[in-house]
Design a protein around this ligand. Structure first.
Ligand code: AMP
Length: 227
């Protein structure tokens, strides 16, 4: 191949990558999805986990309820880039699935959501995506705020979903959205996620426009401890 041809092929592949990676980047805010490990683990085999809120993911969202996903298949997840923050990730964003690995979970979150978050200056590349999501999460003292309102994990006690909302509002100053699921064995509603809305420029929380998911108003919900 002549030099000119090589240069042409290189330019064409760079252009193709840029094009493939520039699709669907627009979004309005970041949804920081935090999860209650025991609820996730009620429906599948899990590794040992603690009773503390943990990160599911940071997801770009639009005000109309749509969201971009899988924005750059040409930019594969690189686990080596996360080595400097691996211990922190394991503390707050670890895989719960038995027989799987953290890299599988992080790769899924990055490929599906992280590659679409690059319009946020704080989430512009893989390390920034994970590191700044961790920083935003660590400012949310969810366990403390709930405990301060008397909401503690219990195998028998239940709480109205409004109690979670009030505790989060009191602690953080913002409204969050709560997700519930029906417990596989007991058939009762339990809390699964608390979702915070963050400004895309600063990752500061603001009142979340999202509705609760599967949590009916005034219904008592479970908040189970791990066993
Ligand atoms: P997403 O596609 O970002 O909504 O994430 C959903 C996927 O992530 C599902 O396959 C879940 O089973 C998986 N998932 C959610 N939380 C965890 C976790 N803590 N550990 C491992 N996989 C998870």
């Amino acid at each position: 191949m002549s030099r000119l041809a090589i240069v042409f092929v290189l330019l064409a592949s760079i252009a193709a990558t840029a094009l493939a990676c520039s699709k669907n980047h627009n979004f309005d805010y970041i949804l920081l999805a935090t999860q209650w490990p025991e609820t996730f683990c009620e429906s599948q085999r899990c590794v040992q986990h603690q009773d503390k809120w943990s990160i599911h993911g940071a997801w770009p969202e639009n005000n109309d309820g749509s969201w971009p996903q899988d924005c750059c298949t040409e930019k594969p997840f690189n686990a080596a880039l996360l080595k400097p923050i691996e211990a922190e990730l394991i503390a707050h964003w670890k895989t719960l699935k038995s027989g799987s690995t953290n890299d599988v979970f992080w790769s899924h979150e990055y490929s599906k959501h992280g590659t679409c978050s690059v319009d946020s200056p704080l989430l512009k590349d893989e390390l920034a995506y994970f590191n700044n999501t961790l920083t935003a999460f660590k400012k949310l003292k969810i366990d403390e705020w709930l405990a301060a309102a008397g909401i503690v994990p219990s195998a028998s006690k239940t709480y109205p979903v409004e109690a979670f909302h009030q505790a989060i509002k009191k602690g953080s100053g913002v409204t969050a959205a709560v997700d519930c699921v029906v417990h596989r064995k007991k058939g009762v509603p339990v809390i699964s996620q608390i979702n915070f809305c963050l400004k895309k420029e600063t990752l500061q929380p603001f009142d979340c426009p999202l509705r609760d998911h599967n949590c009916k108003p005034h219904v008592q919900i479970g908040y189970h401890p791990s066993h």
